[in-house]
Design a binder for this molecule. Structure first.
Ligand code: UTP
Length: 298
């Protein structure tokens, strides 16, 4: 069985939910406190044992390439000022096997993954979306790789979501829990109405896929939203080879929408050594202020 060594990070979407911030800046560069979301994803990949990462980028994505490139002017300045900690932080982002491919038009997530075909070749690989930050003792990507080592099959990460939210996700129709948290799946449905949703298990932003997915993607027509949907291709793949779903039990932060992004900034801020104390005090004061305003308005 071939080892999983490569990851694809699709980052060529338009990021319309964050306009106007994303007009010239990649959504994946929006920071959580002080770190761009894509850096969290790259760190998860490396902790999981991934060796090579390809970022699929589009227009206005230069900032991602620059972020992971060296910046001699900044580094020299930090050296001169003896800001060693900062220098280490800046240099850490360049010490990665990171490659870039351009998706010429944002035709959908499935199309973005297909652009990585030549880079991946005939190997299993992972797809990691910048919209989801995952916290668990064992990184979620590593959990999928461990599962693959036992089954040799494509495996998607899923998580239970409130039933009324199923229309926001790809949802699985599980047939059997083959072992705790690992499901056989009969089909995958992209963004079903809650009334039609086959379960509450939603696909979240980590996928481990066998290279056969590329042949399927080449023949996948645009689906929901007139985009080439990765979920549709996975549903087709599942008809010729097993695709499992692995239930994630850790904490997921959806930073791809405004409220989730603000929430994550607060939660990560509450553990960040430089701001946690001030933030805690601020939240306490804010709570008291809100209670006062609510009293006045009632
Ligand atoms: P989203 O559905 O979050 O779309 O894509 P988006 O364009 O990034 O954001 P909104 O909805 O307009 O605010 C899921 C992931 O797939 C990538 C995105 O960059 C994101 O990581 N993607 C999407 C591509 O790389 N190419 C595409 O054509 C579409």
């Amino acid at each position: 069985m071939k080892k999983v060594k490569k990851a694809v990070i699709p980052a060529a979407g338009l990021g319309t939910r964050f306009l106007p911030a994303t007009k010239a800046l990649a959504k994946e560069m929006l920071p959580i406190v002080d770190k761009p979301t894509i850096q969290f994803i790259v760190e998860e990949a490396r902790k999981s044992g991934i060796e090579d990462i390809v970022v699929v980028d589009g227009k206005s994505k230069r900032s991602i390439e620059d972020h992971f490139d060296s910046n001699p002017e900044l580094e020299n300045n930090l050296i001169e000022k003896h800001k060693d900690e900062m220098l280490k932080m800046v240099q850490e982002t360049t010490d990665i096997n990171l490659y870039f491919i351009r998706q010429s038009h944002p035709r959908g997530l499935g199309d973005a993954v297909l652009t990585a075909k030549a880079f991946i070749g005939d190997e299993p690989f992972v797809v990691m979306l910048g919209d989801d930050l995952m916290d668990d003792e064992v990184p979620l990507t590593r959990q999928l790789m461990d599962s693959y080592e036992q089954t040799g099959a494509s495996t998607l990460a899923v998580m239970r979501v409130p039933h009324e939210d199923t229309a926001k996700y790809g949802v699985i129709n599980p047939t059997k829990e083959v072992k705790p948290g690992l499901y056989n799946v009969s089909n995958f449905v992209e963004k079903p109405n809650p009334a039609d949703a086959p379960s509450d298990l939603a696909i979240i932003g980590r996928y481990l896929l066998t290279p056969e997915i590329f042949k399927v993607l080449e023949n996948t027509k645009p689906g929901k939203g007139n985009e080439v949907q990765l979920t549709d291709a996975i549903d087709t793949l599942n008809k010729t080879q097993r695709v499992f779903a692995h239930e994630f039990k850790g904490q997921r932060h959806d930073v791809g929408n405004k409220f989730g992004w603000i929430q994550t900034n607060i939660e990560y801020g509450l553990t960040h050594p430089q701001v946690k104390d001030e933030l805690r005090e601020y939240i306490k004061d804010l709570g008291a202020k809100l209670t006062e305003t609510d009293k006045k308005n009632s």
